[in-house]
Design a protein around this ligand. Structure first.
Ligand SMILES: [Zn+2]
Length: 396
């Protein structure tokens, strides 16, 4: 036994933890690498489902980290590795701060310092050209400011773990949710959209049902999202547009009667709760364990009943501004369960759509600058729109 191994064994025997009681310490005499004893627990609760957007493939998921000991840990670098050991994404400095969230502990001076017993969530988006097969699995290498963990003989800085098998599921190809052009995919695919970061804890689990959700709003031929007084929902270009079923299925949840909000008012028409946040809405079971939610619909516009079978392309409701909604839009999401909040979000992949361009930001709609397409429409197939892409669907 080496001196180093002897110290490790002594430390383990002196520990009050029963984990190794009665067992030998096989790593000490083997060729295996020394134990990485930094007390951080790494988990990926939901495996990435690959999705293509504008010719690139995204693997979007979260790595949950918990500091299981009392002393603080300082994360310095986070790498994502494929099975060959190649680094496919890396975050440090400001980029690392940008992907880390600290649920329940807002206002921290530096999100990278993880106190004893505390946790962090890293929002990861591994981007690569959409050619060839995605990696079969991903693992993580975390570099911490060197610490000497209890039971370890010397200072350490590295932990490898949080291996996740990349999903082989391919989301269904969806039909158009709306008709015509000028549809802005707001809060769509991006690693920091409000949907992407909506980690909601209900029914005993923290999940992101809106991971790939899209808030569809519309620019009119005049380049504007509203005309006249914006307090009137009817002055908004997208308002009352016919909403189409993106896939056939059965209506499993239906809510109607939540009044619409005044887009200029801070307060909503009704106090918002987890039950009415989606406003007037429909959830349609499209088979294969998948569900599509159509939220913030116009009250009184729902054309389908609970339990009714719908076909792809059928008009099911009209776009509105009910529930937790600031202005008329259609919130569309695909999930692995029927509960709009208590499910995991999956990519919305459209069989085809016309890409008319990209809005620089939603500000151009709010401040009256407006936006007009200046490039020829590109046909995109089998992709999800990226944040603020402007999409055209068939008129009929
Ligand atoms: Zn939304």
């Amino acid at each position: 036994m080496s001196a180093r191994a002897a110290i490790l064994v002594a430390a383990i025997l002196a520990s009050p933890l029963p984990a190794f009681a009665g067992s030998s310490v096989p790593a000490a005499e083997s060729s295996a690498a020394p134990l990485q004893a930094i007390p951080v627990d790494l988990r990926v609760p939901f495996a990435p489902v690959p999705v293509a957007a504008e010719g690139r493939r995204h693997l979007v998921y979260e790595l949950h980290l918990t500091n299981m000991a009392a002393a603080p840990l300082e994360l310095e670098r986070l790498e994502v590795l494929d099975p060959s050991g190649a680094v496919v994404a890396a975050y440090e400095g400001e980029a690392l701060k940008g992907v880390l969230a600290r649920p329940g502990t807002p206002g921290l001076p530096d999100v990278r310092a993880i106190g004893g017993g505390l946790s962090a969530v890293a929002f990861i988006d591994v981007i690569a050209p959409a050619t060839g097969a995605p990696p079969a699995a991903l693992t993580h290498r975390l570099m911490f400011r060197p610490v000497t963990p209890a039971n370890a003989p010397s200072a350490q800085s590295r932990v490898d773990g949080g291996r996740v098998v990349v999903s082989r599921e391919r989301p269904p190809l969806l039909g158009p949710p709306l008709r015509g052009g000028g549809w802005v995919a707001s809060h769509a695919l991006s690693n920091d959209s409000v949907h992407r970061r909506s980690l909601i804890t209900v029914e005993g689990a923290a999940r992101i049902s809106q991971r790939f959700a899209i808030d569809w709003t519309r620019i009119g031929p005049d380049g504007q999202v509203f005309r006249g007084d914006p307090a009137d929902n009817a002055h908004w270009t997208p308002w009352n547009a016919q909403v189409l079923a993106v896939a056939g299925g059965v209506v499993v949840e239906r809510a109607d009667g939540v009044p619409e909000n005044d887009p200029t008012a801070d307060a909503k028409a009704v106090p918002i709760t987890v039950d009415n946040a989606t406003g007037d809405h429909l959830v349609i079971d499209i088979g294969g364990g998948l569900y599509v939610t159509y939220a913030h619909l116009r009250p009184g516009s729902l054309r389908v009943a609970l339990g009714q079978k719908v076909r792809r392309g059928q008009v099911i409701a009209a776009l509105g501004n009910s529930g937790k909604s600031d202005a008329p839009h259609l919130h569309l999401q695909l999930t692995d369960g029927p509960a709009p909040l208590a499910s995991e979000g999956l990519p919305l992949v459209f069989e085809r759509f016309g890409l008319q361009g990209h809005l620089p930001s939603l500000k151009v709609l709010a401040d009256g600058t407006g936006w007009r397409a200046s490039e020829p429409v590109q046909e995109r197939r089998g992709e999800t729109p990226v944040l603020n892409a402007v999409a055209a669907f068939p008129e009929r």
